[in-house]
Design a protein around this ligand. Structure first.
Ligand code: F6P
Length: 325
């Protein structure tokens, strides 16, 4: 069926670069002669019928802005089959022929169900700071979040060094350690704790004590929130290092990692994938996430993007410890 009108939304946790993707979707779609409806606050905007007609001028000046002009939300009605039926009916009533969804695994799960149950056509654009989606080397927002977290840790390194302290720094990533892995390695952390490997409290304690005995007075330990010891306040208690001589402090970077201006890499990736999502729809492709793997554009079925494991080189966790000695 020929496309005349598409809907575009941002959904789930916002990520720097989402606006670059929105800009590319709107301008590519308009170039194809399609009408574009911006759907506010993710799937919730469908139920609220909160649609905004968008033209090329609607996305002027947003490429460098963090967050998302379409806002985002998590929508409980999409977890119910009745809700999905209502959403599909509203999309038909609004004459929306296909959707471009910028978000993460929760977003694509909803899209997969709308397709399976009601034949709603859609293409996903991976937008999440977690980089936990199979089918693209990176997700939009990941590079910006890495840069933000590394900059925060650089600040912590100054005070950690000044007062000979051990800092336990919790970063986001939900169930994935990918963000912690890259942030920790880039920041020169002495330890990086991720859910993909077991965490040995006693081994960490020994590492801190041995480092101190060899004259290393301060340390940065990066902890993925999804690690089994992902709560740095609890981890500090479990380490139970005597104070004095050890002063252990904690820092939870939290939602700072979600904000800020998108990096050049995320603007580049956001535009590239936003454009490719419309190209895929124009070719009649649906039910896939667009991505870039080893420099090549990829189209990955939603099911694989959600369910297949996104891996990283675990050996760098040991390399980090050697390089931080
Ligand atoms: O999925 C992105 C993310 O930032 C995760 O890293 C984090 O665990 C979660 O969202 C936080 O969710 P919320 O913004 O709803 O607190």
């Amino acid at each position: 069926m020929e496309i005349k009108r598409i809907g575009v939304m941002t959904s789930g946790g916002d990520a720097p670069g989402m606006n670059a993707a929105v800009r590319a979707v709107v301008r590519t779609a308009r170039n194809f002669g399609w009408e574009v409806m911006g759907i506010m606050r993710g799937y919730q905007g469908i139920f609220d019928r909160d649609f905004t007609p968008m033209i090329s001028r609607s996305v002027s000046g947003i490429i460098s802005r963090g967050g998302t002009i379409l806002k985002s939300d998590r929508c409980m009605q999409m977890y119910e089959s009745e809700g999905r039926a209502e959403a599909a009916c509203i999309l038909r009533e609004e004459g929306i022929d296909a959707l471009v969804l910028i978000g993460g695994d929760g977003t694509f799960t909803g899209a997969m169900m709308l397709a399976d149950e009601h034949g709603v056509r859609s293409v996903g654009v991976p937008g999440t700071i977690d980089n936990d989606l199979y089918g693209s080397d990176y997700t939009i927002g990941f590079n910006s979040a890495v840069n933000t977290a590394v900059s925060c840790i650089d600040n912590l390194r100054d005070t950690s060094d000044a007062l000979d302290r051990v800092f336990l720094v919790e970063v986001m990533g939900r169930g994935s350690g990918y963000l912690a892995w890259m942030v920790g390695f880039a920041a020169g952390a002495e330890e990086i704790l991720v859910p993909e490997t077991p965490t040995d409290i006693e081994g960490i304690r020994r590492h801190i004590e041995e480092a101190r005995s060899k004259g290393k007075q301060s340390m940065i330990i990066v902890v993925a929130e999804g690690d089994e010891e992902g709560n740095v306040l609890e981890l500090k208690k479990k380490l139970n290092l005597p104070d004095p001589p050890y002063e252990v402090r904690t820092a939870i970077l939290g939602h700072v990692q979600r904000g800020g201006r998108p990096s050049a890499m995320d603007r580049f990736l956001g535009q590239h994938l936003g454009y490719e999502s419309c190209v895929a729809l124009q070719k009649g492709v649906t039910g896939v996430m667009v991505g870039v793997v080893a420099g090549q554009v990829t189209l990955t079925p939603f099911k694989d993007a959600i369910e297949k494991a996104k891996t990283f080189d675990i050996s760098l966790l040991d390399t980090a410890m050697i390089l931080a000695r």
